[in-house]
Ligand binder design. Sequence first.
Ligand code: FO1
Length: 319
Amino acid sequence: MIVALAGGVGAARMLSGLVEVVPPEDITAVVNTGDDTVMHGLRISPDLDTVTYTLSGMINPETGWGLRGETWSAMTELRQYSGGRLGWFNLGDRDLGTHLYRTSRLSEGAPLSQVTAEIAARWGLGLQILPMSDDRVETRIVIDDATVAGREVSFQEYFVGARHEVPVRAIRLAGIDTASPAPGVLEAIAAAHTVVICPSNPVVSIGPVLSVPGVGPAVSARRSHVVAVSPIIAGRALKGPADRMLAELGHDRSVVGVARMWAPFAATMVIDDADRHLAGAVEAEGMRAVVAPTVMSGPEEAAALAHMVLGAAAPGGAA
Ligand code: FO1
């Protein structure tokens, strides 16, 4: 059994490699839901959907979110009605079907983990996709915008509304203290042969997963079996604001900064060839550094990285 702690695009690519080298039934993805939002009354779970659509081959290749070959009639109508005011977060016509289904099932009382399994089954996926929690946890971002310093906004207001171009001052995970891991999360981590920390944003993707009460300690308890893949390559994130966010929140904007965050949880970190010269500094943080090509530019690269990651768990088993 392999457990992957996952955010959005980087994790989805990592998982698409993992399913090529391990039977999908042996994989459990534990996915961040801190980015979830309610838009027009609909519950949107961007990271769950990015993982699901990517693994079913239906992800929109241009955006990295939403569905391939999407149409936008509903959004066009919404913008017409509202003079554009309500159209800042793009929901494609087919994608809306997913959000309508999720929202309906949640309002019927089904937990998010159950609904997520139903959505994965509809797309024919063999792996288990679990939200980090069935409880609502909301990643809130404290930003400095043009009008107010220290304004708290939702993750999507920061990421999509402000195009993640504004400085981040702090992160707050609303609801985290009372959240429980989704059923099966702790059991999967305890039973895993390897736990993979996917190359997702450490602060707003993996951070919330590890912050669900019980999850961080469960991962730390398996430290020697945990392999992290750095989302930072030569000081840059391939996609999204992870690099800037690390710096803005006082972390080192490099694989060394990531190692400092993951050392309590993972014995091994895979860093890119471009960061080979930092392997010693990563090891000084208490992690074993494994150097490999980590850019998953296509299915072959993703499978090669997955193969390497699964072989990289610390030898000897010492936590
Ligand atoms: N990202 C954008 O940059 N613009 C959008 O309009 C947008 C809409 C959207 C709708 C559904 C969905 O599942 C994801 C969507 N995303 C959009 C992506 C998403 O907000 C972010 O990539 C993640 O939250 C970060 O992991």
